[in-house]
Design a protein around this ligand. Sequence first.
Ligand code: NAD
Length: 429
Amino acid sequence: MAAQQGFNPFDMARSQFDKIAELLDLEPGTRALLRTPRREYHFTIPVRMDDGTVKVFQGFRVQHNDARGPGKGGIRFHPQETIDTVRALSMWMTWKTAVVNIPLGGAKGGVICDPHDLSQREQEAICRGFMRQIAADVGPLLDVPAPDVMTNAQHMLWMLDEYEVLSHGRYPGLITGKPVGLGGSLGRAQATGYGVVYTLREALKQLGLEPEKTRAAVQGFGNVAQYAIELYNQLGGTVVCVSSWNQQEQAAFTLKKTGGVNLEELRGITDRYGGIDQAKAKDLGYEVLPGEAWIEQEAEILIPAALENQINGESVKTISSAVKVVAEGANGPTTPEADAALQERGVFTIPDFLANAGGVTCSYFEQVQCNTNYFWEMDEVLSKLDVKMTAAFNDVAELAQRKKLYMRDAAYVIAIDRVAQACQQRGWV
Ligand code: NAD
């Protein structure tokens, strides 16, 4: 999400779209509609800080497309958030909800801020200020926000509470990722990481690889990475390294352990932002390597689960020849330049908006449960999630094989075609 020098995620999202628009031979009007968000909101959020001063934060909400249903997408808190990042992410949400075939569109939000430096009270004020600015333009039938990087169930509940005060009623379908017991769904925490591994499991089957004989290198150790590792370990796989961000030093690092990293041990020394205590990891016998080392490890599987632009023209050259699969937990981790190199090397890529769609699928289940006011057991949520993710993976893999397409292109063809058809059937284009 960080605005990285020279990298513009919206340019990347558009170039991915343009390629498929060409392949699908979309009408110029449909292309013009789909390559630009339908609506975007920019607003300020003044907050009285704990020291008595007022600080003004910048907030965004972008609604890319809602032809297939209300907008859906998270709200990110990040110091380097940019409007183009939010635009790109909103577009990717449109393709994500379409590829897993749930009746929702694509949207995304963000606030430029660093929660590491904010008290709980200040974060609550940002959440309530955000909702006051956008309340008229979101809603259960309009646009449904959710958590994203550095936001969690507590932030969602503050936003929901503010909305309900303004709207004079209870509207649990406004927002997803709520705490369990207050409209949240069991399994939401697991959903994205597990979803990555449901699709990975299917990819390994297709490639004739046994999970117990594979190794994975993981970038990130937040929500997505931790649950992906949990399920991958249950399948018998070994995680050779994870990487994380050192907030004090403002630098990434990689942790490696012979025989594989131990998830529970690392969870015990990790903060709620997914930052691992480097010194404690050393004491536990981990080797500390530079941030970029995760990508160079000898492993059959790479799981980028941190940020955009991590597998790029340069870093792709350092990937080990052992790598057979890239399962994209993060949004936009691979640039088009690196994609071409992976394709040439015959690496099987499970594209982000398919691999990490478990989160939004579970959010959709959360809405369904809120609407019926009846909440499912964990097993039911996870088994329904597995069904949806596996079906979406199989649709994409089948098209990829039949038309000899790269997996990312096949996923885009399915998603963009569904959205384009919805726009056409509504008479928009
Ligand atoms: P998170 O904030 O819980 O974790 C992010 C992790 O990345 C942390 O461990 C952090 O230390 C690490 N990190 C940050 N910068 C890094 C760097 N330069 N090098 C290595 N590690 C770094 O976030 P998350 O919810 O796990 O999301 C991760 C990615 O997955 C994001 O791209 C997000 O958009 C995407 N995603 C998340 C969900 C979800 O449900 N949480 C759903 C779909 C997609």
